[in-house]
Design a protein around this ligand. Structure first.
Ligand code: SF4
Ligand code: FES
Length: 726
């Protein structure tokens, strides 16, 4: 017997041993000295270094003394201090930081002094004061006094480089974190380091004033003007530069209104631009909404999750005396790393707006005006109105922005108070096919595709999904993987969007609604022609057959009849993993909580999956988490049904538990709602039993288009399961 080779085993990592401040450290080959020092618990001051950006060596603050063995093994000190953020560790290297080397310490003091030569030292009025790396390191690694006695460089300020971001150039230390983020991470390089070398091309002015961060300037960067853009300075702003000369960049004093545009008419436009504020190590980039509003030490910070998309990005909310002052990105390496979208960062001021309702309003029947009232009065009136409408039928549209607990409460409210399944979180374009897909593939399933998986998937196919618009974290992960060469992207879309261009995605050009046909052609590449060039289709189909490939589907696929069925078929044919990307933060929780006509809380596993666990352990409801845990893993389950109709027509084997008939004269309320009977061990710790119920009434068939027919009821019987005490 021959041992099989595990091709998925990670390649062994070569370790490198070095000494930092007398501490022996072993790190993977290629590790930067500054990271190796962090592992040894030694802090080296830095400004331009950022673990998620490529090394730049721009600020020179991280200088250390380095010695390395020569060919004979003799230790040779390098003649000058080296930047620890750009130099990788090598075997036998000896590093002395500011803690053990007078040379390194003096070099760092000198760099701080240089960086502060033109810095305004306006910490008392700077937003960054109190949380500023420059302020902190000037105290820890700088001189107490400055020897610089001349006039400092000043600029008109601030430049409004977007509607939300202001740039004070005199505070900038030219670390290039902002420009590198926009270039490397977001793919929107709308700001750049300009005037390098002391002046602009074609100009004779060479002064220390020239080098600065600014928006694009075609005179400097030699880029073609934007078609139809205003290039007349009168339409942009007064053009000012060092010593009053033009052509470097525009300066605006105004801090409100539309975004500043550069001399080509391009605005500083990026969905991720706010991250530059957070990573700027000084107060050069500030938020227009937070500017001069608060001091860091007045704020109370709370960790939270962003609510504007379904990614679950970690954020930090800073509030003062009950008012949110700003939101920052949290640090979650498994999800958003350290980046969030501008929407997550800036779209919160509505919470403290004067028009936010703080008390219920009831319309005065005589005057027709809305009037404030108490909660008890409002609830009483709402209950009365709903009771009056019950005979005509009540439907509930709670939306997809609820917490899981709220979704559960809505789900229970619909079934208990109105005895109806007419509840749906999808207040948007949707289809019955989508509901079936969510019940079959999403509800009750664990997360099979993580953000890290996406980054290293090999190939990702996007269908009905525009990640830059709908799921910023996924977009950044895809772009990171694309630049690293660990993932390629293809998209089924009508045209190449700005986002897909930045992902260098292969576009399988498909008209709106034609996604199902495009997916079918990928399943059978021989029939290609419905989507893009046949060669592209065959290559994408081949890429999806490789290990780790992922298909990401968005909610817009509901607009293409047969789309979800085709996506399932493609996943089954290629072995690619299939993941649904919801657009709202509460969408996934709504599926789990039963905010669909065809699902109840706990998820609605398809009959195919239920067949694998027709005999739940005594005392457990098949839909309870503990019972689901007893079902086979997804990889060992039978394949998904060929069509979505198959998944919903096998009612004869549905292993639901009988719901005890309600006492006569009482409403038909499922027992599980009122007594938590699904949690049998808690409510009845002695003897419990759970037996399959008679077939569940068949779910209503969808229209031939796969969409809900207008006005048609989508009622179906509740299929709550209660483990009945014997
Ligand atoms: S604006 Fe801030 S992040 Fe950008 S180069 Fe200047 S100091 Fe660095
Ligand atoms: S942190 Fe090393 S050069 Fe800036």
């Amino acid at each position: 017997m021959t041992a099989s080779q595990n091709t998925n085993a990670p390649a062994p990592v070569e370790e490198v041993g070095l000494t930092i401040d007398g501490v022996e450290v072993s790190v993977p080959k290629g590790t930067l000295i500054i990271r190796a020092a962090e592992q040894a618990g030694i802090h080296i001051p830095r400004f331009c270094d950022h673990p998620l950006l490529a090394p730049a060596g721009a600020c020179r603050q991280c200088l250390v003394d380095v010695a390395m063995p020569d060919r004979e093994g003799n230790l040779r000190a390098m003649p000058k201090p080296q930047t620890s953020c750009t130099m990788t560790a090598s075997p036998g290297m000896v590093v002395n930081t500011q803690h053990t080397s007078a040379v390194a310490d003096k070099a760092q003091h000198g760099m701080i002094e240089f960086l502060l030569v033109n810095h305004p030292l306006d910490c008392p009025v700077c937003d960054k004061g109190g949380e500023c790396p420059l302020q902190n390191q000037a105290m820890s690694n700088g001189n107490a006094t400055s020897r610089y006695a001349d006039v400092k460089r000043t600029f008109p300020k601030p430049i409004k480089i977007s509607t939300q971001i202001l740039l004070d150039r005199d505070r900038c230390i030219l670390c290039q974190r902002c420009t590198r983020f926009q270039d490397e991470i977001a793919g929107d390089p709308f700001i750049a380091l300009q005037g390098r070398g002391g002046g602009a091309p074609g100009q004779e002015v060479h002064t220390l004033h020239a080098q600065q961060i600014g928006t694009f300037d075609e005179a400097i960067l030699d880029i073609a003007p934007l078609e139809g853009a205003h290039t007349d300075p009168a339409h942009t702003s007064e053009v000012v530069g060092p010593e009053g000369m033009g052509g470097i960049t525009a300066g605006m004093i105004q801090t409100v209104g539309s975004a500043e545009v550069d001399s080509t008419g391009r605005p500083f436009a990026s969905y991720f631009s706010g991250n530059t504020i957070q990573i700027c190590p000084v107060g050069a980039l500030t938020s227009a909404t937070y500017r001069f509003r608060s001091r860091p030490f007045d704020l109370v910070s709370v960790d939270s999750i962003a609510e504007h998309d379904g990614c679950g990005s970690a954020i930090r909310i800073d509030h003062r005396r009950g008012t949110v002052m700003r939101r920052l990105s949290g640090d979650d390496p498994g999800v958003n790393e350290e980046w969030i979208t501008d929407k997550d960062r800036f779209a919160f001021t509505w919470q403290a707006g004067p028009d936010v309702l703080t008390t219920p309003l009831v319309r005065n029947e005589e005057t027709g005006e809305l009037e404030a009232t108490s909660w008890s009065e409002a609830i009483h009136l709402a209950a009365r109105g709903l009771r009056g409408a019950t005979d005509r039928g009540v439907g509930l549209l709670p939306g997809g922005r609820l917490t899981l607990e709220e979704s559960y409460a809505w789900s229970k409210f619909a079934r208990v108070a109105f005895d109806t399944n007419d509840i749906d979180f999808r207040s948007r374009a949707h289809s019955a096919e989508e509901a079936a897909f969510l019940g079959h593939h999403v509800a009750g399933s664990s997360m099979e595709v993580t953000f890290s998986d996406i980054e290293r998937a090999g190939h990702v196919l996007l269908v009905g999904l525009e990640p830059e618009e709908e799921a910023g974290t996924i977009f950044l992960r895809l772009r990171k993987g694309m630049l690293a060469g660990t993932v390629s992207v293809s998209t089924i879309a009508p045209f190449a969007t700005r986002g897909s261009t930045k992902l260098r995605a292969r576009v399988l050009t498909t008209g709106p609604g034609g996604e199902a046909a495009a997916l079918a052609s990928l399943t059978s590449p021989a029939d290609a022609g419905a989507a893009g060039a046949a060669g592209d289709t065959a290559q994408v189909a081949e890429a999806l057959r490789a290990d780790g490939a992922v298909i990401l589907v968005g909610e817009r696929l509901a607009l293409s009849p047969g789309g979800y069925t085709a996506a399932l078929a493609l996943a089954r044919a290629t072995g690619a993993r299939l993941a649904w990307v919801p657009r709202r933060a509460g969408d996934r929780g709504a599926v789990e909580a039963g905010l669909l006509p065809t699902l109840l809380p706990g998820g609605g596993p398809s009959p195919t999956r239920r067949r694998a666990s027709t005999s739940p352990p005594p005392g457990r409801c098949p839909s309870s988490p503990s019972a689901r845990a007893a079902t086979p893993s997804r990889s060992s389950r039978p394949p998904a049904p060929a069509t979505w109709e198959d998944s919903w027509s096998a009612d004869s084997t549905w292993p639901t538990c009988p719901i005890p008939p309600p006492p006569s004269g009482r409403s038909r309320t499922p027992a599980s709602w009122s007594s938590s009977r699904c949690d049998a061990p808690r409510s009845a710790p002695t003897r419990t039993s759970c037996s399959p119920s008679p077939p569940r009434p068949r779910s209503p068939a969808p229209s031939s288009t796969g969409r809900d027919a207008p006005g048609r009821s989508v009622r179906s019987s509740p299929r709550a399961c209660a483990a009945t005490p014997a």
